[in-house]
Design a protein around this ligand. Structure first.
Ligand SMILES: [Zn+2]
Length: 162
């Protein structure tokens, strides 16, 4: 399972929605791996926004920018845990280009698609969560998502006014 602190999820949405203009946006969720395989998941510590070519209906990260966006991984002992990108409409499926351009094709890789340019502040339940299996990508059923992606509180405050 990939554990996503609420702060990290919020950072993705805030940045997607405050970027100049309305376009599909992309980010990567990096963190500490829970095991050697992508399917082992891990804990997200870092959100990365690559320099991408982003338009109303498409996005692409060229190989030079992709490698720049991964340069911090080894020095900090992190791995890329998931990709998040936004779609213009409520459709959160994986397009053929999404299948092709995902950051990894190793089984167990997770790709998250947010609807409506993320303008409605979608939560995990609104997202399309896609799992790479040996023979291709599969969108997880709603009740499966919790086994793969979990959003946890970043702050819990028990203080009371007296
Ligand atoms: Zn897409």
């Amino acid at each position: 399972v990939i554990v996503v602190p609420a702060f990290a999820w919020k950072t993705v949405i805030d940045t997607f929605t405050t970027a100049l203009g309305i376009a599909e946006r992309v980010a990567f969720l990096d963190g500490v791996a829970a095991g050697p395989r992508p399917a082992d998941g891990g804990v997200v510590t870092t959100v990365v926004f690559p320099q991408a070519r982003e338009s109303a209906g498409d996005w692409e990260v060229d190989p030079v920018e992709m490698s720049a966006a991964g340069r911090h991984l080894r020095p900090y002992g992190l791995v890329r845990l998931a990709q998040v990108h936004s779609h213009p409409t409520t459709w959160t499926g994986h397009s053929p280009t999404d299948d092709e351009r995902a950051f990894s094709h190793q089984p167990g890789t997770i790709s998250i698609v947010l609807p409506g340019h993320a303008l409605t502040y979608p939560g995990r339940g609104d997202a399309g969560v896609h799992l790479r299996e040996t023979d291709g990508w599969r969108e997880l059923a709603h009740d499966e998502v919790g086994d793969y992606v979990r959003v946890v509180p970043s702050v819990i405050d028990h203080r009371r006014w007296r």
